[in-house]
Write a protein that binds this ligand. Sequence first.
Ligand SMILES: [Zn+2]
Ligand SMILES: [Zn+2]
Length: 110
Amino acid sequence: MALIKPRTANIKGLNEVGRYAVGVQWIDGHDSIFPLENLRRGCPCEKCGGAVEGEIAPASQRLRALSRLGEAAVFIAWTDGHETILTMNQLRALCRCAYCVAEPERPITG
Ligand SMILES: [Zn+2]
Ligand SMILES: [Zn+2]
């Protein structure tokens, strides 16, 4: 069986974890848990710019919808009406687990 390069950031699973987090199972075997607040702060849309500062209203960090956009991206709709589209690479870059944070090749923001 061929090994998949770690750079291939694709997911095999996406699910809600309780009310405040999203779990992602990556094709390379990695598991991530993303608190919803972190996902909202990392929203890369033009308005948010991947760096939402300060307090985030409760409605802005609650899920209305969560789905995959094909193989390339994840779509998140928030209860305040905002929508976030994260590519798999952007999503992976938001993982704050010890393994990802220690990986020197990945830019760490925030
Ligand atoms: Zn946004
Ligand atoms: Zn990680």
